[in-house]
Design a protein around this ligand. Structure first.
Ligand SMILES: [Zn+2]
Length: 334
């Protein structure tokens, strides 16, 4: 059996040493909450009803980020940009990054697929690559980088990987344009990679023994890239639904797109039999901590939550989106 390493000591040493100034690229400007609208409370109650007696879902509905007020959400997203210890989540899936943002590395029989590239060249060079190397994963073996979307905290290291290792970079058409525009209009943005591959909804990408299904989920950005990917756990396949854009967007219009996308993703996750859900901001669902809590490879994998919880999580996400919409209405946001 392959080694199962979690570097728990490093985790303790590097936890919460500082707070990042790198906020979400599209985070709403800090603005005090208006009085809580009744409709927000109603949707929070509905989210709790969906959770029922399931403690995992209860935690998402009551204590998680989703149903927070906009101001509480902004505060919640102020997270340390210190390196998080790299973890092996499955036989063939690794998570490397900071406490703020993560990259996923999938090992196939014909090389590696990487989702996202951290904030910038420095993080790609000093956190992503060394983190991969701790597991014997070589950046020279990356065959494809899939960017979940065109925000700097996800594409920032892509140009470095493209220039250094000649790795093809893939993103949706609308987010290639969005990324170029973001880089051109925001003075401190990292340089984007050169436009390479374009991802489309329903596209299947096969590398060696593994196929990834692309699901476009607009809302967080114009065409956020989510993925359905089969990983292995004790050599058995499990399908993971990787949601590409975590935070609710700041406008009603984009929130409307995300509303549709959540249902689209939910259907695709169900059809694929997804039994786990991943995202690239680990602080939202404490994914690194959950992997670490596992302790040994022989114990159960905490990321396999079952199809019903995946569906329930997305129902709660959708219900909390309605609570956000109620807040936005009260705030006069369009
Ligand atoms: Zn983003």
């Amino acid at each position: 059996m392959r080694g199962f390493k979690t570097f728990a000591g490093a985790a303790a040493a590097s936890a919460i040493l500082g707070f990042s100034a790198a906020a979400f690229a599209q985070a709403a400007a800090p603005q005090p909450d208006p009085p809580k609208p009744a409709a927000a409370t109603e949707h929070e109650m509905k989210a709790k009803e969906i959770a029922g007696k399931d403690s995992f879902l209860q935690n998402l509905a009551a204590n998680g980020y989703w149903c927070m007020s906009p101001a509480a959400g902004v505060k919640f997203r102020q997270v340390s940009s210190m390196p998080a210890h790299p973890v092996q989540a499955f036989d063939n899936l690794y998570i490397v990054g900071t406490y703020y943002v993560s990259a996923y590395i999938l090992k196939t029989s014909a090389g590696l697929i990487v989702w996202d590239t951290l904030n910038n060249e420095k993080e790609a060079k000093e956190i992503l690559v060394p983190g991969m190397e701790q597991f014997g994963l070589k950046p020279q073996d990356i065959k494809l980088v899939i960017l979940t979307h065109g925000h700097a905290d996800h594409y920032g290291g892509a140009k470095y990987l493209q220039d250094t290792y000649h790795v093809p970079i893939a993103l949706s058409e609308a987010d290639w344009a969005f990324m170029a525009n973001t880089a051109a209009t925001r003075p401190n943005s990292p340089p984007p990679p050169t436009k390479d591959r374009v991802l489309t909804d329903g596209q299947k990408i096969t590398l060696g023994d593994t196929t990834v299904e692309v699901v476009l989920t607009p809302g967080h950005t114009p065409a956020t890239v989510s993925s359905i990917v089969t990983v292995k756990e004790k050599s058995l396949p499990h399908v993971m639904a990787l949601w590409g854009g975590t935070a609710y967007p700041a406008t009603m219009e984009a929130l409307g797109q995300m509303r549709t996308s959540i249902q689209h993703f939910k259907e695709r996750a169900k059809a694929a039999g997804a039994s786990g859900i991943l995202n690239t901001h680990g602080f939202f669902d404490k994914i690194n901590e959950r992997v670490l809590s596992r302790g040994t490879y022989t114990s159960e994998n905490p990321l396999i939550i079952g199809s019903a919880r995946v569906q329930g999580s997305l129902d709660i996400y959708a219900e909390c989106l309605e609570a956000q919409a109620a807040w936005y209405t009260a705030m006069g946001r369009k």
